[in-house]
Design a protein around this ligand. Sequence first.
Ligand SMILES: O=C(O)CCC(=O)C(=O)O
Ligand SMILES: [Fe+2]
Length: 318
Amino acid sequence: MKPKYVGYFNEFGNGLNPWKMIATHAIFDSSDLTGLKEAFEHFGLVVVRRVYDKEETQRFYELQKKFCGIGDEDIKRVVSGEIKPVVGGTPALTEPGFWPLIVNENTKRIVAEILPGVPATEFGTSAGAHYSARGLHRDFPQWYKMPKSGMSLERPSDTSLRILIYPSKQGVTAGTFGAVPFSHRRDLYERYAKQLGIKHSFDWFEMHRDLIKKAVATGDTKELDEMESNIDWVAADPGDVVLLDSKMQHSGDFITGPRYLFTTSFAKENEFILNTLRQRWSTGMKPHEVGYYEYLHANGLASEQLVHECRAYAAKAA
Ligand SMILES: O=C(O)CCC(=O)C(=O)O
Ligand SMILES: [Fe+2]
């Protein structure tokens, strides 16, 4: 029989997202984090609403603009190619004003829930303005191949927690963020892909960049569209945060307006994380580095030993 309504439902979209038949992420309100750990381990992607109140949200937004040196209106110059977006830096180490925002009562509770049994620590912040980490990727891809990292794609309990904050003014959603459901855990991905009739393998998503290149070179976007139709998009309003298992295949959304991004990364303070920090410290200490780790320690987010070592490296560098 000839279909009657072809073209009516799908106006140039990428087709159906096969994952929409099941839950792919969790949403919590900061007032009740019961079950957060289980949800995070299951989905690898959780939005927590109202981690920052209105005053903190405004303070974060103003500080982010100041730190990045670029305002909302500058998005136009970024889009026209006149100036570059801002990305990188180590905001926590150069701007102590961020400290009480990185560690507030809610972020402390989030970290304590997801990485219980102290110590856990924050091992790297970044800031961006009108920047989006486009293209599916895993953070710290080299780590998953290193047995000593304690972060294997095959062991669900291994995890590092990325907190993504999208400072912006009230009423403007800066943070739309995408991830491939269950891409942090081969076991769950394979179970749900089978249930949903998804034929693509867990490893297929590593080809995203190649597919973009192919699409640009040939104009054929079919396979790229097919892959991107698997992405689960979530939105963080001002004051919300996105919690991400770093093992997820993920990507920022298109730039459609001012887009500020602040990231923090937490993990159990094991020998591997300590070594990562030692390597960084041995190449020179920044003025506020010790202060930052002292601040984390005072808030239960770095061990005595870590602070002790940090001080020793600073003394050597001085
Ligand atoms: O641009 C984004 O929202 C994604 C950021 C990201 O990939 C990251 O911080 O690891
Ligand atoms: Fe990333």
